[in-house]
Design a protein around this ligand. Structure first.
Ligand code: SAM
Length: 213
């Protein structure tokens, strides 16, 4: 018996995605069950109730997918159990998504999720810093990465055009000045007084590591 029906998932998502495309709630239901199963034995996410996983994890990720700047390739830096990158890949099949995660147990979960959902997502199963210098993406997303300042500094050279940071009002104050990027847009997250999405656009010239992935 699933923890939530597809109708219940779609209803919970309404503030984030009023009209989910056909088939998406079914895919999210599969993702939810897998996440609940794995989370019962390994700590993938501190958010544990099905409804909260749908609103906080799926909803915030799907909302982000709709406000992304134009992008063909996207790196989700420190994706954990796949947020926001995996729901973005489900909603936006036009974007080539790479999930970067360095913890083995989370990578095992991601591999199973990608197989179960049958989506063409790549997984970088090491630290982002270990990527070849030329491996870069139009957009890099970051959400709840433990050490925000080094993570943003590590993400900066990977982003050809845009950095999209899902954070809180207080978290946004900790974002360091980025020499080659300027703040472009701040978007409030639905159903939250505090959560925001901050987008930075590259202003300066390309890094010396330039080159496409
Ligand atoms: C708190 S979790 C957040 C996960 C997810 N973004 C979310 O919002 O639920 C942060 C994750 O980032 C991963 N991480 C941190 N630094 C990383 C790095 N340099 N390269 C790859 N993964 C990293 C950690 O292993 C951890 O799973």
């Amino acid at each position: 018996m699933p923890s939530l029906t597809t109708q219940e998932i779609a209803k919970l998502l309404t503030p984030f995605l009023p009209a989910p495309p056909e088939g998406l709630p079914e895919k999210l239901a599969l993702y939810l069950e897998l996440l609940l199963k794995w989370n019962a034995r390994t700590n993938l996410t501190a958010i544990r109730t099905p409804a909260e996983i749908v609103t906080r994890h799926f909803g915030e990720s799907l909302f982000t997918a709709q406000i992304l700047p134009p992008t063909q390739t996207l790196l989700d830096y420190g994706t954990g159990a796949g947020f926001p990158g995996l729901p973005i890949a489900l909603l936006r099949p036009d974007i080539k998504v790479t999930l970067a995660e360095s913890q083995n147990k989370k990578v095992s979960f991601l591999r199973e999720a990608v197989r179960t959902l049958n989506i063409p997502v790549e997984i970088w199963a090491k630290r982002v810093e270990d990527m070849p210098p030329a491996q870069r993406y139009d957009t890099v997303t970051l959400r709840a990465v433990d050490a925000m300042v080094p993570a943003i500094q590590g993400a900066e050279p990977r982003a050809k055009n845009d950095l999209v940071i899902l954070t809180s009002q207080s978290g946004a104050k900790e974002i360091p000045t980025l020499p080659s990027f300027a703040p472009a847009q701040t978007t409030p997250m639905p159903q939250s007084e505090d959560r925001i999405i901050v987008t930075f656009k590259r202003t300066g010239s390309e890094q010396p590591t330039a080159g496409s992935q």
